[in-house]
Design a protein around this ligand. Sequence first.
Ligand code: SF4
Length: 297
Amino acid sequence: MQCSKCRRDAVIFQRYSGLHLCEHHFNRDFEAKAKRAIREHRWIESGDTVAVALSGGKDSSAVLFFLHRLLGERRDVRLMAITVDEGIRGYRDPNRARKIAETIGVPWVTASFADEYGITLDEIVSRKGTGLSCSYCGVLRRALMNRIAREHGVTKFAYGFNLDDEAQSVLMNALRGDADRLTRPMREVEGMVPRIKPFMYIPEREVALYAFLHVEGFDLAGCPYAGDALRGDVRGILDDYTYRHPATKYSLVNLGEALRGAERPEGEGLRICERCGEPCGKICRTCQVLDEVRKGG
Ligand code: SF4
């Protein structure tokens, strides 16, 4: 197939746009979408230090490459990468992330659950089973990332979440009847570093292609504890439906943004955990999780 914009060979077909694109026009289209997301949300400003949460997988590696291309020449914005080693044997290898950051040319720092909390995710799973592994992992990782951010003056965390991730989350919240998550405003919380998602308007397969075209050595394996059955079901439903109605994922993401932009009464303000001094909501979830997982059994 030829590119719809020139005579070169196409590397991808976009069902939602009806376009075949060569590598050159794919890159232009991809980066224009990511820049639009950043511009519309005013995600990066002069003086920012942006840290990519670099797992070493395709999404975060692609976002690091893209942001380096976008910001590499700017003197008023710093870019770095942070890798948190949760302690998952055979899956998380911080050296892979370090090599990717070094090859792209971005400063890299790492931290681990073992050093920070004295327990690895493997140990947590052996004590508590896999049922809540992602919940424990997410709470502890976020707290650790936030601490590193303060040490390095980070003002924004960049994540590689793509259109599929975002659309799945909106549909999952709807299926659970979770109005709170569907309508939680995108306001900043004092003490927590804001998250930015430059690829939120880009389908997963295009993020994968961008990673293959630009980054070497990223990890293709999945986490052995990734067992969210609802997300798996929703992914299947959405992929099937989107095959027949190609704009569906965009519709869901737009719906999610419209709902989160809606006004709603202010909830509890930010508090500081009495035990660890970290910012938190009503009570510090990190300290709760550490109590739970350290108890064992
Ligand atoms: Fe942690 Fe779950 Fe992600 Fe694995 S899939 S790294 S357990 S959040």
